[in-house]
Design a protein around this ligand. Sequence first.
Ligand code: SF4
Length: 256
Amino acid sequence: MARSYVREARRRGLGRRRERIGPIVGRLSDEHADAQIALRFRSDLELLVSVMLSAQTTDTNVNRVTEALFRKYRKPEDYLAVPEEELQRDIYTTGFYRQKTKAIRGTMRVLLEEYDGEVPRRLEDLVRLPGVARKTANVVAAELGHAQGVVVDTHVRRLSQRLGLTRHDDPVKIERDLQRIVPRADWARFPHLLIWHGRRVCNARRPRCDDCALEDLCPSSRLAAALPGPAELRSAELRSSAASGRARAGSRSRSG
Ligand code: SF4
């Protein structure tokens, strides 16, 4: 599937990945200037715990739980000072609470023993923490201002594939492809842009191609597929159709 979108980009004459990435980042930045991490935290430690809790649940759910959790647990020692069952109860509604409790307590032990209770910045240190996989480590490092990779979650995966930026399904390979074309200065911001675009416009089941700012850069645009005729003609029709779609959406949101 992803492979065919890369080929389709070539077939439609949309330009190479490296040529399209600049306009893609630029337009998404204009469209989603407010794109940022949705988890709420006030310290490096709270960030790390929030990201660990966010596996298999929504950011909203995590924020609901951490509001009380972070009033009770302020430093690594606090997570080890209570019985395991108590921490399990406190994070119960985030799901997988047994595994998460084990991971959080194991991580707190390592932070105290090896990092003076501080959250490390380097990816290779973060992935050594119990229960911290590459995605979690990438999110934490990026939020701490030390992005060393590109976060690939379900939205980033879907949009990278639809936009023909990768031929792969495996998140590690997708990350490698994105690292090759996305400017390093944008590694932290780019995933947020794709995540917000995925939530607001390019939904998994019903992408709103007629309201999409990337429509003329996207090999999986449904508008292009629906139109007959030569590529140049399709492209001109598409641009005008997408522009009027966006204008309609703009006036809807201004009047709404
Ligand atoms: S044109 Fe459609 S498929 Fe492509 S990014 Fe936009 S909404 Fe998604």
